[in-house]
Design a protein around this ligand. Structure first.
Ligand code: NAG
Ligand code: NAG
Ligand code: NAG
Ligand code: NAG
Length: 581
């Protein structure tokens, strides 16, 4: 690059003189100082929930203030409609298939603290880049990207291995099973996991007994005893696991230490918020990166006494309004410390609202995805189009709205560049720098194509041609809703991505989201003269994309997902403690 400029400069000395000036004027249009970063991530919040996205009855004044003071993205897309892969993409700027964080089976997220999968240490997060640039870095709240690889003290997937010097939060996720009386979803799944080996053992026992009875094989009695013992062991394991699910999976950590096992919901959002504002106070003088990753508004729903029963939308609304309060506390702290205009603030959700969520009394408990179809677990717009707010006072326009496609993977290159870090050169980065769009230097998204994965299966492709208002979206398959005609998979609680759970489409189902954002009217060669041409272009691009994928270890394989007793973290033998005071 430099050589090229020098060679060029020999012929054009006047231009060379101008160069520093040009560079200066370019950096001036940005804030000359590297900003601080506060990245706020909600869990399962739908695009129809915040007031600034059109909700008239949920009160989210602080989130709305971010929209008034910054840019509101109206086509902000997550790289996956599930927590673990979406967060992996957010942290690394890469499609989850590239890091092995996209499941090939039904379950797409980590369920246990003591499982061996997680974000590989070889992945580069924006936190790692910023820490190396001298930033103070903190993750407060939910992680959900693994903890250990082999032993309960290697912390190979832990936030501290991924650039976060400070961690206070939960390694897995908030689940119904974490809160007594809030119902159970995942324990049902665990029972299924145990039933299969039990059934196999049963069949094996019967087979051996028959062989012995018929005199076809001399099966020693010891073998029967061993198999029966194994079955009993499995049952006992399941019993213990269900009984101790809470302490084993729902605990709060400070750094690599257990802080509260199981965690208590009492003033939990207050505690996370205080931790965040304390971090801001401590680091007001240094550049910092704070990722505040809320446990809300995933079930189990909770809110402190101050917010309980105050919203118009039950426990869900209370949780949203408490989270909004917390956003307000963070913004107020930035104001008090005089950091409001030197801090880049982002607010988003890890994917759409979970429509199938129901309370033990069978009342709906998921949020709203506005006008969009579907929700969490699906690549219909309701699952992947999320709130996206960016504020940097004085640098990006206030009160602007941006409808071009953007991705949660874009934060990676955006944050890295603003912090002065170089992007890793040895891997594909799928995110794009957001600043040119946010500052109005370009009108076109760099994402002409986006690939929408359901776990590791390519589900749909979005094509927004440059200089064209059309937004084509082609589905290769769609989830089968249960019961038929519903807006979700109520029988399985979440839609799955393959096998008999989906309907394959050949030719793909094609929509133009610019005129049909609700994905109601699939196009046909009759209604869209360029039908085949559009699909051909999309297929070519899929081929090109697929060629860039590499075989990587599957972090969400059966073996990497299951609970491994030797990897369990416990404070003391009882696995119970409270060091929060
Ligand atoms: C929870 O917060 C409320 C209100 O801020 C406070 O009155 C109460 O003492 C707190 N409880 C605990 C256990 O910290
Ligand atoms: C506002 O949010 C609540 C809770 O998610 C939802 O029930 C309601 O339908 C939403 N309103 C609109 C206009 O989207
Ligand atoms: C899109 O339009 C801009 C300005 O109108 C132009 O500079 C650019 O070359 C166009 N891009 C394409 C792909 O046509
Ligand atoms: C955009 O695409 C549509 C259909 O592919 C085409 O008919 C139209 O001419 C294009 N518009 C522009 C401005 O290129």
């Amino acid at each position: 690059m430099l050589l090229a400029v020098m060679a060029f400069g020999r012929k054009m000395r006047p231009f060379l003189l101008l160069l520093p000036l040009l560079l200066l004027s370019r950096t001036r249009s940005h804030n000359p100082k590297r900003p601080n970063f506060v990245l706020l991530m909600a869990d399962d919040l739908g695009i129809g929930d915040p007031g600034c996205y059109g909700n008239k009855t949920l009160r989210t004044p602080h989130i709305d203030r971010l929209a008034a003071d910054g840019v509101k993205l109206t086509q902000h897309l997550v790289a996956s409609p599930l927590c673990t892969p979406s967060r992996a993409a957010f942290m690394t700027g890469r499609y989850p298939v590239r890091s092995g964080m996209a499941s090939r089976s039904r379950v797409g997220v980590f369920l246990f603290s003591a499982s061996s999968g997680g974000l590989p240490p070889s992945e580069v997060t924006f936190a790692k880049l910023l820490r190396d640039q001298g930033y103070a870095t903190a993750l407060i709240g939910k992680w959900h990207l693994g903890t250990h690889c082999r032993h309960n003290d290697d912390f190979c997937h832990h936030p501290s291995r991924h650039g976060f010097e400070h961690f206070y939060g939960i390694p897995v996720t908030n689940m119904r099973d974490c809160k007594p009386g809030a119902g159970s979803v995942f324990t049902g799944g665990i029972q299924l996991l145990v039933y299969l080996p039990l059934k196999l053992l049963g069949v094996l026992l019967l087979l051996l007994a028959a062989l012995r009875h018929l005199g076809l094989a001399a099966v020693p009695t010891g073998v029967f005893a061993a198999l029966l013992l194994l079955a009993a062991g499995l049952l006992a394991l399941q019993f213990c696991f269900l009984r101790y699910y809470r302490p084993l999976n729902c605990f709060l950590m400070r750094g690599t230490e257990l802080s509260q096992q199981p965690f208590s919901y009492l003033n939990l959002t207050q505690r996370l918020t205080r931790e965040a504002t304390n971090f801001l106070h401590r680091n007001a003088q240094s550049p910092f990166l704070l990722v505040l990753s809320y446990l809300q508004v995933h079930t189990a729903l909770y809110a402190s006494a101050e917010f309980s029963g105050k919203s118009q939308h039950g426990e869900y609304g209370d949780a949203v309004e408490e989270m909004d309060w917390s956003v307000g506390q963070v913004l107020r702290t930035l104001d008090e410390l005089g950091l409001a205009s030197s801090t880049f603030v982002y607010f988003s959700s890890d994917h759409g609202a979970h429509l199938e969520e129901r309370s033990p009394e069978n009342k709906p408990q998921g949020g709203s995805n506005g006008v969009y179809k579907g929700g969490k677990g699906m690549n219909w717009e309701g699952g992947i189009r999320v709130p996206g707010l960016v504020r940097w006072l004085g640098v990006i326009p206030a009160g602007a709205e941006l409808g071009e496609p953007t991705s949660n993977m874009d934060l990676f290159p955006t944050v890295a560049k603003l912090a002065g870090a170089l992007l890793p050169q040895d891997r594909v980065i799928d995110g794009r720098d957001l600043m040119p769009l946010l500052q109005g230097q370009t009108q076109c998204s760099d994402h002409e194509f986006l690939f929408h994965y359901c776990n590791s299966y390519l589900n749909a492709v979005r094509w927004h041609p440059q200089n064209n208002t059309s937004i084509w979206k082609a589905f290769f398959f769609t989830p089968k809703f249960t019961p038929e005609g519903a807006n979700g998979c109520f029988q399985t609680h979440v839609c799955f991505c393959h096998g008999h759970f989906v309907t394959q489409h050949d030719p793909p189902l094609l929509f133009d989201l610019s005129v049909d954002p609700r994905e109601r009217k699939p196009l046909t060669p009759d209604t869209e003269p360029r039908f085949w041409e559009i699909l051909r272009t999309i297929r070519q691009e899929v081929d090109r994309h697929t060629e860039t994928l590499q075989e990587v270890p599957n972090q969400l394989s059966f073996w990497n997902m299951i609970w491994k007793p030797w990897m369990q973290m416990c404070c003391g033998l009882s696995c119970q403690c409270d060091r929060e005071k």
